[in-house]
Design a protein around this ligand. Sequence first.
Ligand SMILES: [Zn+2]
Length: 298
Amino acid sequence: MKNVKKIVAFVIAAALVATGYASLDDVAGMLGEPEAKIADTTAEGEMKVTFLDVGQGDCTLIQAGGQNMVMDVGNNDQGERVVSYLKEQGIGKLDYLLLSHPDADHIGGGDNVLENFEVQTVIMPEVANDTMTYQEVMEEISRYDVDVKYPEVGDIFTLGDAEFTVLCPEPELVSQDDMNNSSVGIKLVHGENSFVMCGDAEAKSEQEMVKRFGSSLECDVLKCGHHGSNTATSDEFLAAVNPTWAVISCGKENRYGHPHSEVLDKLENDDVQIYRTDLRGTITAVSDGSQISWKCEK
Ligand SMILES: [Zn+2]
């Protein structure tokens, strides 16, 4: 679809130049700035993306071509459950542990994972949190001498036959006073299928992503930012990602009222099919490179 739009714009622009209605400079403006590069793969095997039910928090396991990544690990009290789940899946090592931002509902179980699995690389934003939970995770990272990578927007990583591009945070958003907008977010691509997952990044960061990546943000599955809070999944961002499915990771009857009704309403208005961990338990999306199939615990 995107390419069709570009071709139409190009044909119109060429016609305007030919008929003297526009100069070449005008045409460059019409076609817009080139969009930032996004990973693009031709997948061979399957990729499995599992959104674990960790109550009010986030934890996603991504398995592709024999490599594994965990993005966020839920709260402290979920650490052991996450470890057992990973062991049940036969996982021995993690190529990446991505900690979107150092809030407890995302890094709480990080120390348990680091104690139980060989972790190749930790990806996290360069921002510290003044909490015991954060300290515990950092201690395990240094105990096992794990490589820490503070990613830059636009960085591309390979995970088996999938790839992911870092979408956020822009450096000026990284701050101890705004952990949510310090979140590292990614677009994960496996063949024709793609997932956008941005931790608790809110509208401010979403706006920057739209500015930088434009319609390259388009994906099949959006994991709604900040547990379906109305501070994220802003209109402009939702229009750019234009997902078929949305996943919301939140706890049953959580005290924040997540997911907020405004977010659910706009997803429903756009005919986006919603999967919620508070209602369906652990949710798995399997990509074969062209189709995505879904499995839910409940
Ligand atoms: Zn959170």
